[in-house]
Design a protein around this ligand. Sequence first.
Ligand SMILES: Nc1ncnc2c1ncn2[C@@H]1O[C@H](COP(=O)(O)OP(=O)(O)OP(=O)(O)O)[C@@H](O)[C@H]1O
Ligand SMILES: [Mg+2]
Length: 379
Amino acid sequence: MAVNKINPFPTTGYIGKEYFCDRETELTTLKSLVKNGVNTTLISPRRLGKSALIHRLFEELETTKSFYCIYTDIYATQSVKDFTECLSQMILRQIPEQKSIGNRFLDLLKAFHPVISYDPLSGQPEISLEFTENKAVEKTLASIFHFLDSQNKPILIAIDEFQQIANYPETNTESILRSHIQRLKNVHFIFSGSNKHMMVELFNSAKRPFFSSTRMLSLPVIDKDIYSSFIHDKFKDGGREIQPEAVQFILDWTRSHTYYTQTICNLVYASPLKRIKEEDVKNICDSFLASQQAMYIQYRRLLSPVQWQLLIAIAKEGSVSQPQSKYFLEKYNIGTPSNSKRALDALLTKEMIYQEDDLESSRYQVYDVFLSRWLERTF
Ligand SMILES: Nc1ncnc2c1ncn2[C@@H]1O[C@H](COP(=O)(O)OP(=O)(O)OP(=O)(O)O)[C@@H](O)[C@H]1O
Ligand SMILES: [Mg+2]
């Protein structure tokens, strides 16, 4: 059997469905929504696999050539102008000039006097648009959407980190976008984001323009049994053997959270070991945490003493549902319930902890699983 040369556990980006575990249900749902013209909002905690799932969906749609797919990540944009530039740039990059649609898009952009340069390394086009007034930005955006809507093939645009639009200085961004989007017949959207609070506010608040305009899809962690067989198989394909207890340990230790699981699997795979035991994985986890320690210590300076204490307490408990209870406050010497509440809110805002809600209660966990494991063992 041919032995895999690349590490089959990527920790950034998407490298193809062979290295992508499961998400079959979500993929089927997304395909059906897209084909039926329903726009989707995709939400999950950070690093659980939203962007990778979008790329997986694109790969699928591109093989059937049924859609033009355009992916944009607007995390770095700070205004409607940036958004318009970012969208234009991604259209140009993903619908190449050789195709007539790409050519016609370039002609359309030329009317707005763009400065187009090419990245010397990747050769990818970069666009900068100059506008003298705000109305001109809106007109450009309207032309772009109109152009996309009049193509002979449907278009799917995924806008990743969509919550960013709530930070733009223009107060009417949402209504501008919403008014364009609701008129489009041929262009469908996936809006994705990790800031649950902001995403839910954007799409589920009756006062906001996007209210009830999309279907919500929450991404859960990957099923443990499925992830476990996937890990097993990838080691096997590489001519290696990993014991079931070792895989179990990885999934427990990383809470099956995709990025953290991928990181540990990547490290284990990178080691020269051929037959991997639980003890080997534990050693790799230990040395990984040791290598991160200098960075973790810095967090202490960024937090108040109560916030730090609360963070340690939550890490030690793993998951906390009653952070104001007398038992919890006394056990970890946190002070009064109102102290704890204030620190909890601050840690949530800083995205140091994550709040998971179910019907009955909320639970809190340290957001970064590795930091959580380090705090748990160090204090
Ligand atoms: N189903 C999967 N199988 C294997 N690896 C995956 C899967 N989903 C995601 N990954 C990997 O996990 C890492 C995190 O995924 P991704 O960047 O898609 O998460 P995200 O939810 O978009 O994160 P963020 O909120 O930070 O943008 C990436 O390295 C990706 O390759
Ligand atoms: Mg992402």
